[in-house]
Design a protein around this ligand. Structure first.
Ligand code: AHR
Length: 502
């Protein structure tokens, strides 16, 4: 039997709500069809945004949304996406499927989407193929509250008041699709571009995200910080607020990737082993960040994470449409527990991507929408948003897996919200057996107020348009109270959430 020891007397850092963020790119059916159908669509919508999708996302308490890319961001010219729709430029989305991008979803539509979701805005600027002036003017267009060419243009386009841009990415993947730059070259470009990302509203500064590494490219992190980090700047914190990290789980590697639904036990464990790798990556990049920024003023922003499989047979390979099984529920549970545990450094994260692309939380087909297993995990974990991480540790956890791929059977994280309620999230990674966990607190008298589970006997289980609730969030009753301890039996393939209070 495993034991989870919680010391609720030792409150650690705050789990920023933005760790539970999302990413929406002009890619496949994420924005178009998945979120935006236009005002004239038969699909119920408010100002063009699908009502079913917005309502489902509101239940997740989406804290922040990143847009318009991804690789698309470094080819996006924002002026193509403003003004009367009939006059907007059409272009080919060369990166994703070669389809026509009619720019009917642009800055105003994104801001409207975030208004409906009640979330913060994270805009990713174009450093790869755009100019400094273009980036600077976009920020002016969105945030300047006064008389200026860009602010006047915004008003002419129907939005009198400026918007709030909470986070601004100065380029995306500039080591790759964002310009194939060296770290030193990018860092100098970063210094230049970010200079003109002005703060027009001193009370609501735009927080800047510098492009960080892919996976374990520590050379990039070191090179960027060495060149971009400058203690002589009066207020370094306004110069670089976050450094990003991208990590995708490909069961069979980048070239082959692997099926989303057809896998055996060995691939199950291999995939979860790769999901656990996020912990090593955060630790590795943190060591370098600590060297330059020991006070942890720069947050790590894991603004692309999730599983990336071979796309569903018969779909456009450039659309990255994939199904989502119980295995993805475990990937989400494991990764979010890791982020919680590293909340001293990880301040923002974004699951890739929100609808119909990669490890999405929602899938749509015409007027239908289904929630994926990943959705239900994000929903259970929402209680961690803004709570304080509590000291906790597991003992007696077995190492399980296949011959080649080992994983710990259980992972966990624990937090306490401002009202004193404790949220415990646990994953059982085994496809063979359930496991008992004895949960012990520093103080006595805790009672379980809510307990939920996402699980299925069959590791391949998924939701489909014919069977939308095969994998659902269910009430969990595998708990006994014994001598002030909670004895929890975690079924195999399960993600469990407990809310306890005195
Ligand atoms: O999320 C899909 C793509 O993955 C993004 O456009 C890019 O940033 C990353 O390589």
């Amino acid at each position: 039997m495993a034991r989870l020891i919680i010391n609720e007397e030792n409150k650690l850092d705050t789990i920023e709500p933005e760790i539970y963020g999302h990413f929406s790119e002009h890619l496949g059916r994420c924005i178009y069809e998945g979120i935006y159908v236009g005002e004239d669509s038969d699909i119920p919508n408010v100002n063009g945004m699908r009502t079913d999708v917005v309502e489902a996302l509101k239940e997740l308490k989406v804290p922040v949304l990143r847009w318009p890319g991804g690789c698309f961001a470094d080819e996006y010219h924002w002026k193509d996406g403003i003004g009367p729709k009939e006059g907007r430029k059409k272009m080919i989305n060369t990166h994703w499927g070669g389809v026509v991008e009619d720019n009917s979803f642009g800055t105003h539509e994104f801001m409207e989407l975030c208004r409906q979701l009640g979330c913060k805005t994270y805009i990713n600027g174009n450093l790869g193929s755009g100019t400094v002036q273009e980036m600077s003017e976009w920020v002016e267009y969105m945030t300047f509250n006064g008389v200026s060419p860009m602010a006047d243009m915004r008003k002419e386009n129907g939005h009198e008041e400026p918007w709030k841009v909470d986070f601004f990415g100065v380029g995306n993947e500039n080591w790759g699709c964002g310009g194939n730059m060296t770290p030193e070259h990018y860092a100098n470009e970063y210094r230049r571009y970010q200079t003109y990302v002005r703060n027009y509203d001193a009370e609501n500064p735009v927080k800047k995200v510098c492009c960080g590494a892919n996976v374990d490219d520590y050379h990039w992190t070191e090179g960027v910080l060495q060149t971009a980090f400058d203690h002589t700047l009066p207020e370094f914190h306004g110069f670089m607020d976050y450094l990003s990290l991208h990590y995708y789980v490909h069961p069979e590697g980048w070239e082959i990737k692997g099926s989303a639904t057809d896998f055996d036990a060995d691939v199950w464990y291999k995939t979860l082993n790769k999901a656990l790798h996020m912990d090593h990556l955060i630790k590795g990049h943190s060591v370098i960040m600590d060297k330059y920024d020991p006070e942890k003023k720069i947050g790590m922003c894991v603004d692309e994470w999730g599983a990336w499989y071979t796309c569903e047979p018969g779909t456009n390979p450039g659309f990255l449409y994939q199904q989502n099984t119980v295995r993805d529920a475990l990937i989400a549970g494991i990764t979010l527990n890791i982020f919680n545990k590293h909340c001293d450094r990880v301040k923002i994260a974004a699951l890739a991507q929100m609808v119909n692309v990669l490890q999405s939380v929602l899938l749509t087909e015409g007027g239908q929408m289904i929630k994926t297993p990943t959705y239900h995990v994000m929903h259970m974990y929402r209680y961690h948003q803004g709570a304080q991480l509590l000291e906790s540790a597991l003992t007696g956890v077995e190492e399980i897996g296949s011959e080649e791929w080992k994983v710990p059977q259980i992972t966990e994280s624990v937090s306490q919200d401002k009202d004193g309620r404790i949220t415990i999230t646990l994953n059982n990674l085994s496809i063979e057996s359930s496991e008992e966990v004895a949960i012990q607190f520093a103080n006595k008298g805790y009672q379980v107020k809510e307990a939920k589970i996402v699980s299925h006997e069959d590791m391949h289980a998924k939701n489909t348009f014919d069977e939308p609730a095969a994998v659902d969030e269910k009430k969990f009753d595998g708990i006994q109270v014994k001598d002030d301890e909670l004895l929890v039996t975690l079924p195999k393939n399960s993600v469990v959430m407990l809310r306890v209070e005195k």
